[in-house]
Write a protein that binds this ligand. Structure first.
Ligand SMILES: Cc1cc2nc3c(=O)[nH]c(=O)nc-3n(C[C@H](O)[C@H](O)[C@H](O)COP(=O)(O)OP(=O)(O)OC[C@H]3O[C@@H](n4cnc5c(N)ncnc54)[C@H](O)[C@@H]3O)c2cc1C
Length: 595
């Protein structure tokens, strides 16, 4: 037995013993002074990170009695690098089984991730628990799989009620729906669009995912090994549509949720929906908003929009370049959508001007793949044994409080590698940034969900002047131009506002009411006190995938990686409630901002 294994096993044995004896003092002492314990539902029935020994004490005082963890063990040989021992672990609680990642430094825990992965007695019907499919023997009342499936689909929402209603059937609603289906929780997903995947089909023609395929898998069913690295949008759309069918989801397309209200006495939501034009009332116990973080378009009110004679629209409604060949376009904004749209317009002989209103962080896609993601999500990672599941857990184990410290050197390396590129952009007048503390793209995404472009080529168009660049704020539109505050006039046949998206609690205001949206509070961000992510420090993404201040209301979404990984924890929380398992929530999210 190696030294690292002995050390780790000893640590786990002692930790387990302390917890079984309820000896919180002893358990707390096993953590370093600087330490982080991130719990995904296993102890806290919440998604929470506690810091330092005081944080560990608080978590244990709040949860140990009900969690009753046992059976701590390593699942493979721990590794050691730079004085840190890293170990994959498993354990059990009173109601479930968990896994995680432990990092020891000087014999004490530096980071601990604990994550629930299944509930005892409610394991998913996988591997040796697969359904038989065929029913051998003879049976005069035999019904086929298809008949049972059709019956369920015909009854659910009409003569039987769903436990969970997911509003929004993009990748997030679909991933969660798939997990709930496997967990046997009656669920309906409603979406306004005509077909699953229309969210992507409707986006501009040239869009391909910015993240590579290893990062994008859905739960249960991975992309085939010959799938393109960067999925073209229509391919993702078709994949989502097929997935919805294969996973047998109760997916109601052409269905809009019109209003929702909660009755505290019955513990039920009343949700008015319109399915294929027909009104219907649904009464789920749990309501999930999977309406899209990039769904609530932020469209600034600009004087003169009504007199402008050309087309004016938000980037999410941009039809693509075809109609604008030979014309003049002004694109307001300088992040992902703005660059993608400028690039496609330029490729189609449109005279394009980009209006940069604030600084933007740009990283070249290949550099990001190589330096930023390569160790976790790449063919190289897979070859070295880092499956997507492992990568998700490694990523989840890095505490948000110090994540930027890991990120800064990676972005410094990218700045160095692509120095010429950045010099050229700055020479062209482009206003660059690397995040408030130099921590780059992923921290910007987690903190504010905006402010960056993953360059797949269009940045060069700005650097070499093919796409004209103007810096400033928009004052107003005239019949045929955009006028900036400094008086600059930009002639335009089409104006695209690539101005981003609003907080998801705006959807709650639309569907329920403003009071409930305020009670829920801002969605997304870490409270990092950096631009567009006001403090205080939250430690986790606000209101995502975890209990909120509004009973039985949940927010789900994020990029494909987050939708895949965190849908597991949200599904387990919903399943536990469905089965009547006690779910005492430790440290329920407080609300500091309403939008
Ligand atoms: C241009 C662009 C590029 C992106 N590229 C990537 C990428 O490379 N990788 C990545 O991981 N992410 C990317 N994202 C971000 C994110 O993954 C996508 O926005 C994704 O579509 C989000 O999925 P979602 O399921 O959370 O929401 P959406 O796909 O936005 O789905 C929400 C759904 O809710 C429905 N809805 C809303 N209100 C109602 C209602 N009242 N009733 C019924 N239905 C309703 C809408 O019709 C919609 O279909 C990109 C986003 C954009 C805009």
């Amino acid at each position: 037995m190696t030294q690292t294994l002995t050390t780790t096993d000893q640590w786990l044995a002692e930790f387990g013993e302390a917890l079984e004896q309820g000896d919180i003092d002893r358990a707390v002492e096993m953590f370093g002074e600087q330490s982080f314990w991130r719990d995904l539902v296993a102890f806290s029935w919440n998604i929470v990170t506690v810091e330092g020994r005081a944080g560990v004490r608080s978590l244990l005082e709040g949860t140990l009695e009900t969690t009753r963890p046992t059976g701590w063990r390593t699942t493979e040989e721990p590794t050691e690098a730079d004085g840190i021992t890293t170990a994959w672990i498993e354990f059990e609680t009173a109601v479930g089984r968990g896994n995680g990642l432990l990092r020891l430094r000087d014999g004490k825990a530096w980071t601990l991730l604990t994550a629930l992965y299944e509930l005892k007695g409610h394991e998913e019907p996988a591997h040796s628990r697969r359904p038989m499919g065929a029913e051998h023997g003879v049976n005069r009342d035999r019904s086929t799989w298809l008949e049972r499936r059709e019956q369920e689909a015909a009854e659910l929402g009409y003569t039987t009620q769903p436990e969970v209603l997911i509003v929004g059937g993009g990748q997030a609603g679909i991933a969660l729906g798939a997990r709930l289906r496997q967990l046997g929780v009656p669920t309906i997903i409603v979406d306004k669009h005509g077909r699953p995947g229309d969210q992507w089909r409707g986006r501009y023609r040239t869009l391909c995912l910015h993240d590579p395929v290893w990062y994008d898998h859905l739960p249960y069913l991975k992309f085939p090994e010959n799938w393109p690295v960067f999925s073209p949008k229509d391919k993702i759309a078709d994949w989502l549509e097929s997935y919805t069918k294969v996973m047998e989801l109760n997916y109601w397309a052409n269905t809009e949720a019109k209003s929702a209200s909660y009755d505290e006495t019955t513990g039920e939501w009343t949700v008015e929906v319109e399915r294929e034009g027909m009104p219907l009332t649904l009464r789920p116990k749990q309501l999930v908003f999977a309406t899209g973080m990039s769904g609530k378009a932020r469209m600034p009110e600009i004087a003169g929009t009504d007199v402008f004679r050309g087309d004016v629209h938000h980037s999410s409604a941009h039809p693509g370049p075809d109609a604008y060949r030979g014309k003049k376009a002004v694109v307001i904004g300088s992040n992902n959508s703005a660059f993608d749209i400028c690039g496609a317009l330029w490729e189609n002989d449109v005279d394009v001007t980009m209006v940069q209103r604030s600084s933007t962080h740009i990283v070249k896609s290949d550099s990001l793949m190589e330096i930023g993601l390569g160790d976790l999500y790449s063919e190289r990672a897979v070859a070295s044994g880092v499956t997507t599941e492992k990568a998700d857990m490694i990523f989840a184990s890095l505490p948000y409080r110090i994540l930027h410290e890991f990120q800064i050197p990676a972005y410094e390396a990218m700045a160095e590698k692509d120095k010429d590129f950045y010099d050229r952009l700055e020479k062209a007048g482009f206003w660059l940034d690397w995040g408030d503390d130099g921590s780059g793209l992923f921290m910007k995404y987690l903190r504010r969900g905006s402010g960056y472009y993953i360059d797949v080529g269009a940045a060069d168009l700005v650097a070499n002047g093919d796409v004209k660049l103007v810096r400033g704020q928009v004052s107003h539109l005239t019949e045929d131009s955009v006028v900036l505050e400094d008086g600059t006039t930009l002639p335009a046949d089409v104006v695209v506002f690539a101005t981003g998206y609003n907080s998801m609690n705006g959807w709650v205001a639309d569907l329920i009411d403003q009071e409930t949206a305020d009670k829920l509070g801002k969605v997304w961000g870490l409270g990092s006190d950096t631009t567009k992510d006001p403090g205080p420090w939250e430690g986790e993404q606000r209101n995502m995938w975890k209990p909120t201040q509004v009973d039985n209301l949940w927010m789900h979404g994020g990029n494909l990686h987050q939708s895949r990984h965190y849908s597991l924890y949200l599904a387990l929380q919903l399943k536990a409630r469905y089965e009547g398992i006690e779910t005492p929530v430790y440290a329920l999210q407080e609300v500091h901002h309403t939008a």
